[in-house]
Design a protein. Structure first.
Length: 254
């Protein structure tokens, strides 16, 4: 959305603080032996305590308050009583919500406990690439150039990007224009970031795959060539200079 008045900025800051805090607290709550359903219910309670509504549930009827993807799951993992968290699991939590007519979105991948399966380099690459991408965004910058930066940095780290998952505009709904802030360059895309707009920037960095495919449950996405995928996401306000990171309190960069 385009921020045209102070009340809109306040609304976006408020909902962004809610989703960011929820993500941070869920990450801290995650422990070996609990189910992803229990972790999701905890996140749902936090959202409800702020009067916020789960965006995936409200928008798509998603069977959970948040998306929790574990190990080979790339995105949109369904919370389940049967999915018990284990030492060294690669976990991604994606939290988006609506509050007072404003919507915000954030996410992050992390290793639970000890990194016994050596996922940390993939997690770190995703985090660092998101930081670099965001630091290069300002009004007038081509969206495709940020995609080029993300893919180039992924290759430098020895990884790939998922090409059919993308960042997006956010604000008055969960997904708005620009719809395709991709992790690679599409030369024909001449669209540019606009000052005073709010967008969700997310990295999808992978070990083997370049496309995410849907499982039979109709939600869960996995890589087309297996392996692992990490995602980190912030909702930002585009300016003439360094963007304002509205979801900074999720502490995914700490």
């Amino acid at each position: 959305m385009s921020i045209t008045k102070e009340s809109e900025l306040i609304g976006m800051k408020k909902v962004s603080e809610v989703v960011a805090t929820t993500l941070k607290l869920m990450r801290e709550y995650a422990k070996v032996g609990i189910s992803t359903k229990e972790l999701d219910a905890y996140g749902g309670k936090i959202l409800q305590s702020y009067g916020a509504k789960s965006a995936p549930y409200e928008t798509y009827g998603f069977p959970g308050f948040t998306c929790i993807s574990v190990n080979e799951e790339a995105a949109h993992g369904i919370p389940s009583e049967n999915k018990i968290l284990k030492e060294g699991d690669l976990i991604n939590i994606d939290v988006s919500a609506e509050l007072d007519g404003f919507w915000s979105d954030n996410g992050g991948s992390f290793v639970l406990g000890k990194d016994i399966h050596y996922h940390q380099p993939l997690v770190d690459a995703s985090k660092n690439i998101l930081r670099k991408a965001i630091s290069n965004i300002k009004g007038g910058v081509k969206i495709s150039e940020i995609g080029y930066l993300i893919e180039t940095e992924a290759k430098k780290s020895g990884f790939k990007v998922i090409k059919n998952l993308a960042g997006h505009g956010v604000g008055r709904s969960l997904h708005e224009e620009p719809q395709n802030i991709l992790n690679y360059r599409v030369r024909s895309n001449r669209e540019r970031f606009k000052k005073n707009t709010t967008v969700a920037i997310e990295t999808f960095i992978s070990t083997n795959s370049t496309v995410a495919v849907e499982l039979n449950d109709g939600w869960t996405l996995v890589g087309n060539k297996g392996g692992y995928v990490t995602q980190h996401e912030h909702t930002i306000l585009v300016t003439d200079d360094y963007p304002i990171i509205l979801t900074s309190s999720n502490e995914i960069w700490n």
